[in-house]
Write a protein of this length. Sequence first.
Lengths: 210, 210, 210, 210
Amino acid sequence: MKSESEKDKDTRPQIREPQQKRAIEKKEKIIQACMELVSEKGYRSTTTVDIAKKAGVSTGIVYSYFKDKKDILLSALYQLFDQMCDPLFELLSSYDNNDDLIAKLDRLMDLFEESHLKYKKPHQELVSLSAVDSDIAAMTKAFEKRIIGKCMEALEQRAPALPNLKEKVHLTYHLVETYCHESTLYPDPDIDYSAMRSEVMNCIARMLNQ
Amino acid sequence: MKSESEKDKDTRPQIREPQQKRAIEKKEKIIQACMELVSEKGYRSTTTVDIAKKAGVSTGIVYSYFKDKKDILLSALYQLFDQMCDPLFELLSSYDNNDDLIAKLDRLMDLFEESHLKYKKPHQELVSLSAVDSDIAAMTKAFEKRIIGKCMEALEQRAPALPNLKEKVHLTYHLVETYCHESTLYPDPDIDYSAMRSEVMNCIARMLNQ
Amino acid sequence: MKSESEKDKDTRPQIREPQQKRAIEKKEKIIQACMELVSEKGYRSTTTVDIAKKAGVSTGIVYSYFKDKKDILLSALYQLFDQMCDPLFELLSSYDNNDDLIAKLDRLMDLFEESHLKYKKPHQELVSLSAVDSDIAAMTKAFEKRIIGKCMEALEQRAPALPNLKEKVHLTYHLVETYCHESTLYPDPDIDYSAMRSEVMNCIARMLNQ
Amino acid sequence: MKSESEKDKDTRPQIREPQQKRAIEKKEKIIQACMELVSEKGYRSTTTVDIAKKAGVSTGIVYSYFKDKKDILLSALYQLFDQMCDPLFELLSSYDNNDDLIAKLDRLMDLFEESHLKYKKPHQELVSLSAVDSDIAAMTKAFEKRIIGKCMEALEQRAPALPNLKEKVHLTYHLVETYCHESTLYPDPDIDYSAMRSEVMNCIARMLNQ
DNA sequence: TATGAATGAGTCTTCATTCAT
DNA sequence: TATGAATGAAGACTCATTCAT
């Protein structure tokens, strides 16, 4: 035991520390490569060999860091969510009762739109895979809940007594999401998206102001 | 390439009247088999051999009726849409200015919910594939437009001067769709879906009543 | 027995005669269709279904007239040979000792060139299949022998004592064939084909004049 | 399409020095297997699974070394050409002005005959595929040009002023090729091949000696 | 005789995962 | 730990030929 832990202290740690760092970097690189490839050609057209090559690692090592191909994707999506959440959470945490709800909402929708534009392809992949894979669906759901939770926190200060708050926020989230989805990913020439955006905001404002 | 597309045209069965019935029945069987298998195991896990076997035909004959595997799916989805549309259109065409909007909407949401429950798996596949395949996306889009068009016709009688009518109907459609999607496919125990339904209806009612 | 032969005389003949005619026409149409399709897209890319369709007959009936797909080709090639031989034989049979050999040769090469240009694709197919299928090779060989025989007949009048006449004619045939093949099917920009043609003719003239 | 050609470049093994040997050996084995199978049963009847099995590798690995089935054949034919060229080039490079042209020619024809006998079946396949596939035709053409070029080099020393040298050498090549083809692959009992050979040589000698 | 729908074995190719080195 | 060559099952699609009508 001693000798082992000694080894740990004496030899391994020095060696492992940098390796662990490298390991983390490697994992990160794989995730990054996966994300980029999925953004380029979609999940199904991205092979594990592609990912390893792009990450600059061997195919085999990928399976030390991830259970299987989907596991890489899951990690990549998790990271994507984080990136998408960051500006949102920042905005939401700065919420203040005195702020104008509409102005805030406006800014929120901007953020959503930006993020849809920026992550267009992975977003589509996400929608596609969520509908068909329960693990990914669960992750998407969790992400949604996190955002909705944050929104509720922000709103509870403002209107604690609002009935069906959770459901309202849920709908709000989906209205925004739907609008962004439609306007950025599948724009329809017959639709006036700025008009639609106003309608969405009116809808939400009425709902949250009763 | 040329010879291929030529073949497509030439090879497709020139269904003559007396044989048409059988041919249609067989085509129907293949579509049916595809639908069932897709509902069971999803499109990607369903092989052409599976479909042929389930339909009780040979692999080869499938390619007399359909261009390729996706073409079967497209036909199956088209049929699914029709089945889903039928009761909707019936309801919408019976619309009358004196009818209560809320009552009508209520019935509409019932229909949507039923349809989501009944076609749960193929609906998910549809969402999944739409996000990733432009042919299927186009079909889904066209379906959506048909429904939205019908809704607009119904509403134009009632409120011809309503501003942004198209955008409003669009949002209405998506609100209903989202609610049904959530409540039937991925119910969340924290959500009170009947409350959510009320909120959806209020939202819509307010939007359409100005 | 009697009644049978009676039948033959009474009923069958009248009915069969026109049918046989039709049968022959049908067979001819199939051969024609085969030839055209092979000229267009090559033998391997031509399906029996294509042939039947183009000939305006059913797939099944093709197999009453021909043993298998290759058998159609064999018949088509046989016909092609005949078409190619006709002008050649006409020229050769008009041969006369007083004619200028060079002038005659010139005309012969014209014919060969024309025929190569006219039947470019089927000719290539012929070469391709001959190299790999003994039935087709045999047919090609027989065609060659027929032409060479005719040439020999023509030349024997002129130079009966020419040693190795058969071999010389054989070489003559192949020189002409090679020249036509190269110049019409795979022209090489570095080659001066009119110079080559002169060389071919000189070669032959020297050989046949000793 | 883009991703495909990209993959081609990426996927091809970046053979590192230490592994190169094994990789080359394996590639060689696959080529060898292809050659043998093509010689046995022809290209079209040889499946990729056959080739892999005979080479003692898995189906999949074949596609790390070759783009597709035809690419294996192309490599195999390329090698065949090299093997056939080697003795020819040796002979041609040892050419000397003082040498007897006829004697040299005699040796050349021996080599050609040997090579035709040795590579009978693949040679036939080559002819067959050249007539029908432009990639293979291009390769055959290039091979031909290489030989003809070498011949010209050898002859230019001797008879630099010979008019139409290129065309003459071309014809020479085809005369020899035709003779070998006929005599070894499809011998005709009516033909005296040694007489024919003499005629060929006379023909060539006369042509090259003006 | 005629039809043409139907057959189904056979083909090339892909790719997540493993394992000898 | 790391490599990347190797595996091999699986999948979409073709087509000469047959056979029920």
